[in-house]
Design a protein around this ligand. Sequence first.
Ligand code: NAD
Length: 911
Amino acid sequence: MIGITSYGAYIPRLRLDRSAIYRSMGWFAPALIAVAQGERSMCNWDEDSVTMAVAASRDCLSGKDKNTIDGVYMASTTMPFADRQNSGIVSTALNLSEDIITSDFTASQKIGSTALITALESIKSQDRHNILVSAADKRETKGAYFYEMWFGDGAASLLVGDTDVIAEYKGSYSVSCDFVDHYRGSDNEYDYVWEERWQRDEGYAKIIPKAVNGLMKKIGITMDDVDKLAYPCYFKRDHGTIAKKLGATPEKVVDNMHEVCGETGAAHCILMFVAALEQAKPGDGILMAGFGQGCNALYFKVTENIKKLAPRQGFKGSLENKLTTDNYLRYLKFRGLIKTEMGIRAEAPTQTAMTTLWRNRKMILGFVGGKCTSCGTAQFPKTGVCVNPECGAVKSQTDYEFADIPSKIKTFTSDLLAVSVDPPHKYGMVQFEGGGRMMADFTDCITEDLKVGLPMNMTFRIHGQDKNRGFVNYFWKAVPVPGAAEQMDKINFHNKVAIITGAGGGLGRVYALELARAGAKVVINDLGGAPDGSGKGSASPAQTVVDEIIKSGGKAVANYDNVATPEGGENIVKTAIDAFGRVDILINNAGILRDKSFIKQDGKTWNPVLDVHLNGAFNVTRPAFKAMKVQGFGRIVMTTSAAGLYGNFGQTNYSTAKLGIVGLMNTLKIEGAKYNIKINTIAPIAASRLTREVMPPEIFEKSKPEFVSPMVLYLCSEDCNETGQIFNAGLGFFNRAAVLTGHGLQIGNPENPPTPEMIHENFDKINDMTNAKEMTDATSAVFALIDPPSDWEESAEEDADGGDMYPAGLFKRMPDVFKKEAAAGVDVVFQFSIKGPKGGDWIVAVKDKECDIKPGEAQNPNCTLTMSDDNFVKLFTGVMTSMQAFSSGKLSLDGDIMKSQLIEKIFDLNL
Ligand code: NAD
């Protein structure tokens, strides 16, 4: 089968309110009022057909393997280069293999559909297997003109291939004739357009039906086989008339997008096709046609694979991400339709050295940096020596693509003095997740949007133009993640990928909906079985939740694997990585019940319950933990139950599994600490099919899963620093549950071992839980036995003040690890400002081999170190180096920051 395997779209964020054109120019061209409704899309000053084609193609390649692409066709009538392959720029920007074919298609509005047919025919001949077709146009018109109103800017891309086809290609029909409704001579800047009535009556109304009817006859279909009909025509009334002529009812006709973005030239038929695909269901027939000096008509049949497509922005998402302006002069300036003085600074040399561009093409166009094979440090640009001062390996870096890596603003400025077409010039440092940072220009934003920590996406844009030599320079810029600025003060999950097992209903469904709403891309796993796990699974619960999320603008994919098998676990994690490239959050939630009193328990009730809950948690967590370890970030939430924590009649199987999960967490919290993997456990109470029978009806009504999910979302967030803890949650009530250890009593000695009688005699004291304590790990618990604290209360206080996990305790111990000799001649005062519940202010003053450490704030410290209590403990216990802390933003420095490097020299930081 051959056909479409993926799609993508891009509409520039800026939209121009059409009435603004009329308001500015109505005095000159009053007839504009007739078409001054809705809005048209408009390129930012740094966008053209190539940048839009790259954006649409990146959207199209979501979840696809770029290495399998063996051709790129770009279609446009507004190519930035007349002789330099524009499709070649697109291909390099996408960092595709160089061993592929690239080709430009131009000189007609139907050219997008011609490129598509050419690609499909090439796949049919089995010459190639995956061709990316991208159509884009930024059509120029003179000002105050009907066509300025009608046109819009945009791009759409299709991946054409022979595997995982989402819309099967059934055939095409072409009409080619030299019908000149408009043309642009080689030496002309703008189109010359003939009379509209003639265009409509002789052009659109006759040529499109001829091609569509020709196709239907050729492949033996009728309009009954067409569920969606997509063809361009910017004359709104005539768009409808053509459908009537073809016998298509209005609901089959794809909107011509006049009100929302305008006609996007060569891209428009592909864009309308993408809009049709976005709404299509398996079995739908889509007929699309491109018009211009004839017409190409193509017919496709949508397959089941469309449901498996990875989430993407698509046409709908792109349309929604908009910033409408009524500043017509801004539009004119961005398109070079008015001349303004740019100042002397703008006269800097702009020539591009082709030698340098060729040598650095991967870096400049493909945004490829390096990753050190010795220490794993990522950096941009790639250099001969690793940037990590503790590594410094030579020629150790492999290519590392930055374009799709989540990033955040580290610093920024909004500069009114710098030359900019869209002042103020906004730029700053962006920090990539997993390492690497760069100074980047920011685009498609206003200063008020920017904040330190704001999640950013990278976008391929025009960097500058050498107008004298007709050359366009491209590079990558940063643009705020849509909606991220508003979400910043809220707990959000932008750029986070979450897996929720058993998310087809009950609690898991609500966790998934809430995470998706807060920006996470989610994998909805559910086997779809009965409450006791019996019966053949069904895909529909997971798919329904995915549909629900996508409908409300979120990103989700379904997975139907069984958590109870290791392969199932591996595949669930693979689904996240294939669709979204990573996994940040895992909620082990899948569950079944097979209640029976203990004597009646047998293999049929015992094993499946342990398999789903306990082994299921192991099967999914193991591969997820592996991915999180590499990323240096992870949040895992396990699900226990009151039955496991406290016991419940008839649930020996379930309570065993549920407390086993707590054991898994207890050790994982230790193994994950070094990699910023926090793992906690929720004990929910909520109305679901599992509790319908056991909960009194009045409680069932009140216990919505929404009263549990806020705690789960918090535990999944970056803001959560807790690890290894259990929380009860239900009906809006939350508390912590913990295993506590009593004070105890030392009985007997080597000569006189304890006896049962002595136990009996002292039982009240052994059993006493006054001032009971939590143990952080098995070692502390064993030490408490070997060396019982003489005074339990005193030791509890000491922990809060001076234990190893507390900054106060570490500051107390710092003089012990002071390296006197290394401090010879040193004169420095450090101010530590430690944030968080265990935090405070401490002064560390070092003067020529002497050190003085005390709580408080120094008058004139040389350097102030600000960090969280947690990160301080990590830094001073050797888990993290100061360089890692600084470069990942966990340590901020004020004053003479070079002095901070002394700390590791004069203290042995392995407290
Ligand atoms: P639910 O039955 O509505 O949800 C559980 C989901 O897990 C179901 O959609 C089911 O199809 C899925 N599932 C079962 N076996 C699976 C497998 N092998 N692979 C993949 N998916 C599978 O129940 P719920 O009440 O929402 O329970 C969610 C979790 O919370 C469970 O772990 C449950 O034990 C726990 N829990 C719930 C309550 C409560 O009051 N609802 C109380 C304590 C613990």
